[in-house]
Design a protein around this ligand. Structure first.
Ligand SMILES: [Zn+2]
Ligand SMILES: [Zn+2]
Length: 214
């Protein structure tokens, strides 16, 4: 457990230096890595095959990721068996709304926000967050649930994240202002140039579907 926490801590530190919510980024990175190997490791695993058939394959998002890993033979074996399963069960609703990789992401997400909350009391970790990209709204809310009310960690996380949101808000103001005719000659700052994309990603909560029980 400690080893896992250390690994996640390091990975979060690295993601915080890039653009976008560090928790979203890390979940996506781990799931993309897993998608590349999941078929070859699991094709003979009966438990995996049962779950795969119950979920009727992968969801659209993850099927594309798995395809990117190649592996024609593994696809042929598993999807031939899924075709047979589907033909025998035509008209029946699938048992799960989420696929195996959705489940993995859901588990990872819970662990990452918990570790993020634990690490937020460490000065070094928090300094990197202060300089880096903010959590998205969804992961901020999830992380806050792991921090005691009135605790300095909770207060610090909220304050710092709000400062980052304020800066983004100002960038959006800048875009609005400079889009008006009388200010059209003013150059957009580097930060304003992608602010309209960054703000969308603060709200997309790409993992909401996974939280529905499958
Ligand atoms: Zn996020
Ligand atoms: Zn999925």
């Amino acid at each position: 457990m400690q080893k896992e926490k250390d690994l996640v801590r390091l990975a979060l530190l690295s993601e915080m230096k890039r653009q976008g919510c560090p928790v979203c980024r890390l979940i996506d990175k781990r799931s993309t890595e897993r998608a590349k190997t999941v078929l070859s490791e699991s094709v003979l695993d009966t438990e995996f095959r049962k779950d795969f058939l119950d979920a009727q394959g992968f969801c659209g998002l993850h099927a594309e990721k798995v395809l990117e890993g190649g592996r024609p033979l593994s696809h042929a074996i598993l999807y031939q068996s899924l075709m047979g399963h589907m033909r025998r069960n035509l008209g029946k609703r699938r048992k799960k709304d989420s696929c195996l990789l959705c489940e993995l992401e859901r588990t990872n997400e819970e662990a990452y926000v918990r570790f993020f909350a634990q690490c937020s009391s460490e000065k070094d970790f928090f300094e990197v967050y202060r300089e880096g990209s903010p959590l998205c709204f969804c992961h901020l809310e999830m992380t806050l649930k792991h921090l005691r009310r009135e605790s300095p960690e909770r207060k610090g996380l909220l304050e710092t994240t709000n400062q980052k949101y304020d800066a983004l808000f100002e960038d959006l103001e800048g875009i609005k202002r400079k889009s008006r005719h009388e200010h059209a000659h003013e150059a957009w700052t580097k930060s304003e140039q992608d602010a309209w994309k960054r703000v969308v990603r603060l709200f997309t909560d790409p993992y909401a579907y996974r939280r529905k029980k499958g």
